[in-house]
Ligand binder design. Sequence first.
Ligand SMILES: [Zn+2]
Length: 347
Amino acid sequence: MQRLAVLTDAGLVIPAGDAQSSGGRPASRFAFNEAAGVVVVGDLGQTGCHLAVCDLRARPLAEHTAPLLIAQGPDVILGWVKERFAELLAQSGHDWADVLGICIGLPGPVDFETGRPINPPAMPGWDAADVPSMFAEVTSCPVLVDNDARIMAVGEHRVARRGDRHMIFVKIGSGIGAGVIIDGEVLRGERGAAGDIGHFVVEPDSGEVCRCGNIGCLDAVAGGWAIARRMGDAAPTPPDVVRLALEGDLEATGHVRRSGRLVGAALANAVNLLNPTSVVIGGKLAEADEQVFAAVREVVYSNSTPIASRYLDISMTELGHMAGIVGAAHMTIDHVLDPERVASLLG
Ligand SMILES: [Zn+2]
């Protein structure tokens, strides 16, 4: 009963149903209070972002999407993100004092323990940036930082594919990345670089130099920025490529479908290595033309081993552009309501 009192004092549980306490008699039924606080999350890509304030069931209370250029560096980008977060908190009737945790997804490898990006090829100026410290002046709550495809994988897994033991989520956007779930847990690897499918070398003879310095990486021949580089003035940026593909432009659709085949070739290797239950495809480039998904699917099934592909489910994302913020919110809630943290609250 003492422990329950601490939890009710913290606002994490509240009396529930017909057992409301009256006349000094303690209530006998309690429920988790999803309004005890909020989490604040950001899914930052190379050329766009999705920000949200979510309740403790990972449901967005206020959202904002906007274009951005991650290459402007951490000070400019995170300063701007912090201002938008304050606006979203106000919109949802909250302020920084209500925030229990923050999660930021970034388009590159991140050391989850320290919240610092590690040599991110597509994020000039961000190497080793202390992302959590950027929020120190507004809140002392935990700040998690992880890879963008990984938070999308968590969102998709938690909401739409909870029963899948092993899952690979591939984001095909300005760049290409993957989040891997093994035995229901997100795979980060030794330094946070697990799932970096964008740097699988798929066309070593192409002469296409990748931002990582290698030649013929998947990212360098099939990512949105690589297509923009090839299309020149017709589509100078990845969002231009997406817009033209949505309009059915022949050159753009040709390029994005070729990207689908190349992603399929890289994924077939990952499928052979990991034997996942499912592969889920998301990202703006994949959503711009349904033939991209068809191409990925066809190549994965034809290039992977019969035993790995026989029971493999390949699907488009169910959550779409919501996958990132929903995943980031779940990751944050799991962290702040972790039994050990709650136990420390209980003294
Ligand atoms: Zn590369």
